[in-house]
Design a protein around this ligand. Sequence first.
Ligand SMILES: Cc1cc2nc3c(=O)[nH]c(=O)nc-3n(C[C@H](O)[C@H](O)[C@H](O)COP(=O)(O)O)c2cc1C
Length: 186
Amino acid sequence: MNEPLIMSLSPRAGGNSDHAAALFARSLDRESRPVFLREHQIEPCTGCGCCAEDGLCRIGADGAEELFSRLDRASGLVLTAPVYFYHLPSQAKAWIDRAQSRYMARQSGLRTPQALRCAYVVLVAGRTRGENLFAGILPTLNYFLQVFDFRIEKTLCLRGLDGADDFSRDRAAADAVRDLARSSGW
Ligand SMILES: Cc1cc2nc3c(=O)[nH]c(=O)nc-3n(C[C@H](O)[C@H](O)[C@H](O)COP(=O)(O)O)c2cc1C
């Protein structure tokens, strides 16, 4: 294990998820640079089912596997992401679907669970209202991260952030992210 991994899952460079990830990183005592999912080539799962046999994905070692290895090595995890049509952006969901091979490897006992590590999640939505705005994302991230032995410690759901700079201008949102980072003890 080396250090916590901080990742923005937004396709928009310089947007709210990126700013939240950068602020989380800056609020830690250690030097951490966020990773951007959009900079990695992710092929979608084709549902071929081969991983049910041996826990191995036949798509090969693309960006998905490389990032899974980083999850394996991280001492903790921060994910920031926007809400797109009540769920994650498609690149993020494609990456998550690729974890099916890891899930199958665990189901068949080829990979054994490790000690749980903490994950923090920051979600941003353009809308200010909507009871179910985050309801699709939360179980998806929970089950995805379980496969990598992460337990979601805290989730921050930020509303009313639509323009790329809205997070930067929202003092309450920035304070909430800083508090979240400090609560991690990293
Ligand atoms: C394709 C698309 C779908 C979106 N769907 C929603 C939505 O369902 N609910 C919502 O509140 N905001 C929605 N938004 C707004 C984004 O959540 C908002 O702009 C957010 O700040 C983007 O975060 P980012 O700057 O990190 O990319 C959508 C934006 C896009 C581009």
